[in-house]
Structures are given as C-alpha cells and as structure tokens.
Design a protein around this ligand. Structure first.
Ligand SMILES: Nc1ncnc2c1ncn2[C@@H]1O[C@H](COP(=O)(O)OP(=O)(O)O)[C@@H](O)[C@H]1O
Ligand SMILES: [Mg+2]
Length: 336
C-alpha cells in the first residue's frame, strides 16, 4: 500500500469515528400519480439534496416550517422510506441500499420517537408489551429477564412499575410519550431521531419530556437528531442546528453562532419570530412574504428567492450550494 492511500484511509476512518451519521446529497421524492392510467406525472420533492453529518454524542437540531421535509428526511435516514438518490452512511457503513437482515440489524441501532404519542401507540395494548415488543423481536429472552428489563426502562423514563399492566389509553400525552421513549430505548440504540417529540403535548409537560431526553442522552450515551418546527424548542436541546427550507438545508452552525449571527435571510426571519421574554426589548420583526411554494414545482434558483427580501437576479437563476463561509458555519446563499 502506498503512503498516500494509507493517509487517505486514516483520514477516512477518523472522520467515520467522529461522525455517527453522514448523509450525502440525499433526495426523497414521492411520486404524484394522475390520469386514467395512474401514471407518475410528477414528484413531490420532499427532500431535495440534503447533506449533513451528526457527530457521536451530539444533538443536531433540524428546524423548518411544516412541510419542508423534516419527517421525510428522518424516515429516510432510518430507511423507513427508500431514498431516491444520495447516500446514507451510518456508523461507518453504507446503508443506502441494504435490505433484509442487514436492514433489520441496523434498526437496533437507530430508533424514532414519534410526534404524536396518541397515534403511534396502540391504545389497547398493555404498556409492558409495547415496550417489550422490540426486545422480543430481536432476542429470545426468558420471560423473567424480559420483564425485568421493561421494569428498568419504566423506571428510567419516570413511570411507576404499575404502568406495566395498564393500557396505553389510560395515560396522558406526556406519559404516553414516556412510554414511546422507553420503547425506543429498549434495544439500546446509538441514534435516536426525535420527530417533534413535544409538539403534541401541553406546554406544561413539554419541558419535563425535554429534560428527560437530555438525562437519558447522558445515561445511554445517545446521539440525537432532534426535529422541531420552530427555533425556540431546539435551542436548549441542540449542540448544532440545521435549518431546512423546501427540502434543502439552507444554514447549519453551532447553536450559539446560529442564534447570535444568523446568516441566511430565512433563518433571520425565523429568529425574529421568536417571542422575546422581555416585552420592553423592542425587536425588529422580519415578516416573510407569501407562502411556502409547492415542493412539486419548487422555484428555479434559490428555493427561498420568491420570499426573500434580499433576492437579486442571480438568486432566480442558480441554486446556491451549502458551503462553509465561517468556521463551523455553513450557509446556502448567494450573499456570502
Ligand atoms: N406519503 C406522502 N406522499 C406524498 N407527499 C408527501 C407524503 N408525505 C409527505 N409528503 C409531502 O412532502 C413534503 C414534506 O413533508 P414532511 O416530510 O412531512 O415535512 P415536515 O415534517 O417538515 O412537516 C410536504 O409537501 C408533504 O405534503
Ligand atoms: Mg413532520
């Protein structure tokens, strides 16, 4: 082996060691069927060229308005959806096209916490069975051992052991989300994708569930992709934040950089919309014009240009690529 390729291998393995997940130019399109023969007449470009990485042990926040492709991205990474194009590397392995047993095995390492704990849990199933199911599916464990593991998990998520024999419908939203979290932890995954895990919950219990996730992250050495539709929820959870718009990542930075010095006009608008805790502090609010365009026919050039107060001619023609313009700060915008 020549020295050059040795160096390359070393570099490759060190970046793989640092990053638990890397996605490169990921696209997920939903076909639109129409006409008498139900042919594919177009595509919903839900995820349209997304690249980012998640480092081991970090929480990456992913934000953007409803419909911008966050859930589709999360489901594609977990391979619950088939990517249209691009690459998904998880823990050093290319999982873009795996199937069958390899896919089943990878499911142990990646789990999802869903947005709606009412829809994602079977209300008529006993809580003990809900949490035991993934363990049961993957390993032949004796009943007593299985039960002990489930009891431990109930304890970790702050539910009493009596919950084991109760049914999901007997619990409140916040408690159901705890059950969903216990289930997602059952196989000791490396990565958890939490898709708006508190948006369906009462404001009064949101922070309890967020704090629980933070504690569990420490205890189980978890890496998180934390999806939210506004910047206020991800602020306390994330180390870095990515901002999505119409299936694209438009800005990505360390949390503090993003809140203090946002570069993309879209991020600036999202940040100006966060209510200030002190009403005497006058903030200039940036109001976005119009609605999010349809991902079936996204605008040419920069996807944000029809709503952007800074748009120039170039923005209507060429799509800006996400690039690092300052240390740890990437933006996809022709202004930089
Ligand atoms: N199963 C589906 N079939 C067709 N279009 C879909 C499907 N799921 C989502 N979409 C569309 O894909 C886009 C992205 O949706 P989604 O990933 O749910 O966004 P978000 O989670 O950011 O709200 C939206 O325009 C949505 O209507
Ligand atoms: Mg969603």
């Amino acid at each position: 082996m020549s020295t050059v390729s040795l160096h390359e291998n070393e570099r490759k393995s060190s970046s793989q060691a640092e990053n638990l997940l890397e996605i490169q130019n990921l696209k997920t399109y939903y076909p639109v069927k129409g006409g008498f023969f139900k042919r594919t007449i177009g595509n919903v470009k839900a995820v349209d060229n997304l690249s980012f990485e998640i480092r081991r042990g970090e929480t990456l926040g992913l934000v953007g308005e409803s419909g911008c492709g966050k859930s589709t991205a999360g489901r594609t990474i977990l391979r619950l959806l088939k990517p249209t194009d691009g690459k998904i590397l998880f823990d050093g392995k290319d999982i873009t096209k795996i199937s069958g047993k390899s896919l089943r095995d990878i499911r142990k390492d990646m789990q999802m916490v869903f947005q709606d704990p009412y829809a994602s849990l079977n209300p008529m199933q006993m809580v003990g069975d809900i949490i035991a199911e993934p363990i049961y599916n993957f390993s032949k464990k004796a009943n007593a051992e299985l039960k002990k593991e489930v009891m431990d998990l109930l304890d970790k998520v702050g539910l009493s052991q009596d919950a084991y024999y109760q049914y999901a419908h007997e619990f409140s939203g916040g408690q159901r989300q705890r059950i969903g979290i216990a289930r997602s932890l059952a196989l000791r995954p490396k990565l958890i994708i939490a898709d708006e895990p508190v948006s369906a919950l009462d404001v009064s219990v949101q922070s309890q569930v967020l704090n629980l996730l933070k504690d569990l992250q420490q205890e189980f050495e978890l890496t998180f992709l934390f999806i939210a539709h506004d910047l206020s929820v991800v602020k306390h959870m994330s180390d870095r934040i990515g901002v999505m718009y119409l299936g694209n990542m438009v800005e990505m930075a360390d949390k503090n950089l993003l809140y203090v010095k946002p570069l993309h006009p879209y991020t600036q608008a999202l940040i100006s919309a966060i209510p200030s805790p002190d009403p005497r502090l006058k903030k200039e609010r940036m109001i976005l014009r119009g609605d999010v365009p349809s991902p079936i026919n996204p605008p040419a050039g920069c996807p944000f240009h029809p709503r952007c107060p800074m748009a120039r001619e170039e923005c209507t023609k060429t799509k800006p690529l996400l690039k690092e313009v300052k240390p740890s700060h990437r933006v996809a915008c022709h202004l930089y």
